[in-house]
Design a protein around this ligand. Structure first.
Ligand SMILES: [Zn+2]
Length: 64
């Protein structure tokens, strides 16, 4: 059983290391305005695009 526990511990440590590395990535502040792609008013545009247009998620319907 120690092998399974050791493997779980290594996975947890690797997950923590990846999460900490991802949290250290700087986030652009953005500006409020009208999205250049969908035309929606957004509180945070980055490079002129709102969040759904920057990173479309197929699980979420886009608002048009
Ligand atoms: Zn948009």
């Amino acid at each position: 059983m120690a092998d399974v526990v050791d493997h779980a511990q290594r996975l947890a440590e690797a997950h923590l290391a990846r999460s900490l590395a991802a949290a250290r990535v700087p986030v652009v502040a953005g500006v409020p305005g009208i999205c250049g792609d969908c035309g929606e008013d957004s509180a945070r545009l980055v490079d002129g695009l709102c969040a759904p247009c920057r990173e479309p998620n197929p699980r979420l319907p886009r608002r048009f």
